[in-house]
Design a protein around this ligand. Sequence first.
Ligand SMILES: C[S@@+](CC[C@H](N)C(=O)[O-])C[C@H]1O[C@@H](n2cnc3c(N)ncnc32)[C@H](O)[C@@H]1O
Length: 218
Amino acid sequence: MSIENKKTLDVYQDTAHLYLENTIEHDRLDPEKAKKKREALDEFIRISFSSLPENAKVFEIGSADGVNAKYIESLGYDVTASDIADDFIKATRSQGVKTIKFNALEDDFVEKYFAIFCWRVFVHFTEEDAKKLISKAYQNLEENGIFVFNAINREAKEVDSEWVDFPGEYHMGVERYYNYFTQDKLDEIIGQTPFQIQSFHKEGGKEKNKWLVYVLKK
Ligand SMILES: C[S@@+](CC[C@H](N)C(=O)[O-])C[C@H]1O[C@@H](n2cnc3c(N)ncnc32)[C@H](O)[C@@H]1O
């Protein structure tokens, strides 16, 4: 686990309550946009998971407010949500979803899953962290299982990585580490594992170029 990720997790431990409030405030400022974004993510999850067996075990890394985990559970899957910050774990449990404390880079999975979902978490990973989690996900998936994740696209940024405290409604009063990946780099890392890329697309931002979104198949 990198020092960058560790320090960022320390920030979340102290400020998760602010992150949760800011997320609600952000959605409240433009409810129409928030609704469309939610519907698009729900549809992506539903389609990506459609090949999984009924009641398949699904693990989510970095669940934060638990909204994604709750949606995945509503599709009939057996979800284990997880995070590191206590306030995130509390928030996800309050949605009624089984939730554990789990550091994706340090802790061992206790069983295998048909899907591992990791949304907006690679933003806080160095390249080494990304390599580690992708190969760990492979080892802990059932045959034909999927690993779904996204990362911020380096092409849309002017620097490779930075420590940021966003202005406006996302202001937390302390910087978090953000790392930006190129598609080539992620393809190279994925190519070092036996994973197949089941689907890939870019999305978000004005040019729909902000995020690199991968569904990998074991
Ligand atoms: C930007 S938030 C995204 C939260 C949520 N997945 C979403 O899309 O709303 C980043 C999340 O990654 C989690 N995270 C970062 N590094 C992690 C690690 N090594 N293990 C587990 N969770 C981690 C943080 O605790 C936080 O919940």
